[in-house]
Design a protein around this ligand. Sequence first.
Ligand code: 5GP
Ligand code: ZN
Length: 113
Amino acid sequence: MDCIFCKIVAGEAPARIVYRDDLLTAFQDVHPAAPVHILIVPNRHIATLNDLTPADESWSGHLLEAARQIAAAQGLTGYRLVLNVGADGGQSVFHLHLHLLGGGRLRSHLGLG
Ligand code: 5GP
Ligand code: ZN
């Protein structure tokens, strides 16, 4: 499978990795939309949030806890977590990822446009 995030997790493509554990890898977004823009991805290929099952519920909690710890390690006092699901949700890379954005005062904009 030709998945860029799988290659980053496997160390086969370059990325600035900021966190790693048995389940997750986090690395800097190559086109940052904020001073701090980190992507947190599962180590195994999961295309979208819709591919999780109820059995993954504890995994989802682990993802949020990792996001909290990474934000703290980055010294962020406030931040935003974004999870785009599917093409209509703005997802362009089909390996599940949580965006962690911060490092300034984020605008409150959400939605279309
Ligand atoms: P999406 O639109 O799918 O929610 O977000 C995909 C994100 O992945 C974008 O913010 C984009 O900049 C980032 N991205 C795409 N390709 C690469 C890559 O090869 N390396 C890194 N570090 N980020 C990438
Ligand atoms: Zn993948």
